[in-house]
Design a protein around this ligand. Structure first.
Ligand SMILES: [Zn+2]
Ligand SMILES: [Zn+2]
Length: 197
């Protein structure tokens, strides 16, 4: 099993498009389990199924296809102190890995991948009130949620009571509200994004 820098458990996460049933990879033609797209690019030629080997091996990059969208503007702002050339190189490398060598994150809305401390965060999994209470050092999941929610998601206020009672599993229908837990690869702080159906 491949490991991914920005996606912790893509084979078990409810927010992953990992599909165990065997089918043909649209890139290499091998039969096996796969990640479901859409994988989009300028010449969108209908790539829907990509095996883990092709994804981890950078085959999407070669085709100009993306599985995810990064919050590039926030990343660039965080790297403002670097000389421009170095900054753009770093942004390019990290964004390429996120977009073309990271399993697709399945969300309700287009939710650009959060950045912290100059890199994209690692997606840990979907979460709910129960998990947030457990994660909060003082057991107060509500305070934890509001403290760690991503800057872009602060404007649209949501009450803690509207969050799912617990994280969905792969076998369940998703909740109407999705709460996605990330962690900064540098400072370790948790970062939360949420969206709704
Ligand atoms: Zn393949
Ligand atoms: Zn950080």
């Amino acid at each position: 099993m491949r490991t991914f820098k920005y996606f912790e458990s893509p084979r078990t996460s409810a927010a992953s498009s990992w599909t165990e049933e065997e089918d043909t990879c649209d890139l290499c033609g091998n039969e096996g389990p796969w990640y479901e797209g859409p994988f989009v690019g300028e010449d969108d030629d209908g790539v829907e199924r990509v095996c883990e080997e092709c994804l981890a091996g950078g085959e999407l990059t070669g085709q100009g296809l993306s599985a995810n969208t990064g919050d590039v503007d926030t990343l660039r702002a965080q790297l403002q102190a670097l000389p421009p050339a170095e900054r753009e190189t770093r942004i390019g490398e990290r964004t390429e890995e996120l977009q073309s060598r990271t399993p697709p994150l399945v969300t309700w809305q287009d939710l650009p991948w959060p950045a912290h401390c100059g890199d994209y965060c690692r997606f840990l999994g979907e979460t709910g009130r129960k998990e947030l209470d457990a994660l909060a050092p003082d057991g107060n999941g509500e305070a934890f949620f509001h403290k760690h929610v991503y800057e872009a998601d602060r404007e649209l206020r949501i009450d803690f009571a509207e969050l799912p009672p617990e994280a969905p599993t792969r076998d369940e229908d998703a909740w109407e509200v999705g709460v996605y837990l990330f962690r900064c690869l540098d400072c370790g702080t948790h970062v939360i994004r949420w969206d709704a159906n």
